[in-house]
Design a protein around this ligand. Structure first.
Ligand code: NDP
Length: 429
């Protein structure tokens, strides 16, 4: 889209927002129909996607606004049930765009396939043989997926390790191969599994061992995306808090997460609050992204913060995030789920690398949103106000009653279901 700044979007009705999007010329008529469909994922499609289907499970789809990343405008589709996440991402994106926007980069999309070999008569000799045959093995792996090679991807490197060298157990010692595969614009799980499975017979011959596991690793540490923002303190001023106070509060909060796994896990959950909704909306595998992200947060031997926040020489707040990003723009259910197709249309990314970069930029924004709130008013003020509508619905409010009850919960500073039930009963009387 031409711009991700859509003033007053928050105050529009759902109908007005849909109308505006179609006005902005982002969709064809058929694509716009998905927005209005009573069954965005047809049951018969769902029945082909997984097993034992009895229905579908819709989530709210919101738009993260104001994102300026490497000079390009992004309207970000986010599928999530938690209130305040979309608002917070959009709020921080507005601050960061006034500071020039996010800058991002990504490595090549090199994923990792693993092969486990046990029972080799001589593990050192087996390792050497594999390394001597490296080029032939890479060629064999590529022969199993020629279409990937034709796209410019394919297996490009191979490493071997011996694990548990000193183990006395018959199960302990093993040879592990890593096959590094560029999966182009696909996440690549099935591609990799096909390629590493194809190598198993040759590996058994070469090592005289037995191959057990042949599957991708969900920690693709050669497939990284990075985001960065630099924010002058005056843009961080909030209520009675000066920009410098907010900046310092954010850095203190980061240092807490960097030093304490109990805090880091919550800090990182806040970062993933920005990433998972895009992973879901774009039809990608959020379990894979989550697993890889947390492994990366523990890469130095201790679980820590995914993001880093510090003050530069000019006193600006600098934020950085690097994560492995096993996401694609093709493959899996991406082109199967109609709403995922629509999300890709809205997001308008051309490559998996670009998608990964948007995700880490939103993750960085989301983390700052949480830290800024925590370092100033506390998380509950904004969060609970936005949560009040869900509380009203949980208490049985419907239609126009929802906003009326939600407002009373906020006014009476008691945002809980028990209170909402009392108000609903009072309203109905
Ligand atoms: P697919 O099996 O759908 O493979 C992607 C397909 O996309 C390829 O076969 C290729 O087809 C096609 N394609 C078209 N254009 C391109 C392009 N530019 N770049 C790359 N491929 C292209 O999906 P993935 O291999 O990506 O696997 C993802 C799925 O696997 C997800 O659903 C995931 O949940 C699941 N999965 C995850 C696991 C895990 O995370 N541990 C384990 C197993 C599965 P062609 O070359 O034939 O044209």
């Amino acid at each position: 889209m031409e711009t991700s700044r859509i003033p007053n979007f928050y105050n529009m009705s759902v109908e007005e927002r849909r109308h505006l999007l179609t006005e902005m010329d982002s969709f064809t008529g058929e694509e716009a129909d998905y927005l209005y469909s009573k069954e965005p994922l047809p049951t018969e499609t769902a029945d082909k996607m997984i097993e034992n289907v009895i229905g579908t499970f819709p989530l709210p789809l919101g738009l993260g606004l104001n994102f300026l990343i490497n000079g390009k405008e992004y309207v970000v589709p986010m599928a999530i049930e938690e209130p305040s996440v979309v608002a917070s991402a959009s709020h921080i994106a507005k601050i960061v765009r006034n500071a020039g926007g996010f800058s991002t980069e990504a490595t090549d999309r090199v994923m990792t396939g693993q092969i486990q070999v046990v029972g080799c008569p001589d593990f050192d000799a087996a390792k050497e043989t594999i390394l001597n045959e490296k080029d032939a093995l890479i060629k064999d792996a590529n022969a199993a997926y020629p279409s990937l090679v034709a796209r410019g991807g394919g297996a490009e490197d191979l490493e071997v390790r011996i694990l548990n060298e000193e183990s006395d157990s018959q199960y302990g010692k093993m040879l592990i191969l890593h096959v590094y595969i560029n999966t182009c614009d696909a996440m690549g799980a099935n591609i990799i599994n096909t390629m590493v499975e194809s190598l198993a017979p040759t590996i058994e011959q070469l090592t005289e061992g037995k191959v057990y596991l042949r599957i991708l690793s969900n920690y693709p540490d050669r497939c990284l995306a990075r985001a960065r923002c630099v924010i002058p303190p005056d843009l961080l001023k909030t209520g009675n808090f000066s920009g410098e106070e907010v900046r310092d509060g954010v850095i203190h909060a980061y240092e807490f997460a960097a030093s304490d796994p109990y805090r880091a896990v919550t800090h990182n959950k806040g970062t993933m609050n920005g990433i998972d909704p895009i992973v879901i909306a774009t039809g990608n595998d959020w379990r894979a992204v989550e697993a890889g992200a947390h492994a990366h947060a523990a890469r130095n031997g201790k679980y820590g913060s995914m993001t880093e926040w510090y003050k530069d020489e000019e006193g600006n707040l600098v934020g950085e995030l690097e994560l492995p990003m096993s996401v694609g723009i093709v493959g899996g259910s991406i082109k199967v789920h109609p709403t995922s197709k629509l999300a890709h249309k809205i997001l308008d990314v051309d490559t998996a690398q670009e998608l990964a970069q948007v995700m880490v930029a939103v993750g960085l924004a989301q983390n700052l949103g949480a830290l800024k709130a925590l370092a100033t008013d506390g998380i509950q003020k904004g969060h609970m106000a936005l949560h009040s509508r869900s509380v009203a619905i949980a208490a049985g409010a419907t239609g126009e009653m929802i906003d009326i009850i939600a407002e009373r919960l906020i006014d009476e500073k008691e945002i809980r279901v028990g209170k909402a039930k009392e108000l609903v009963e009072e309203y109905i009387k």
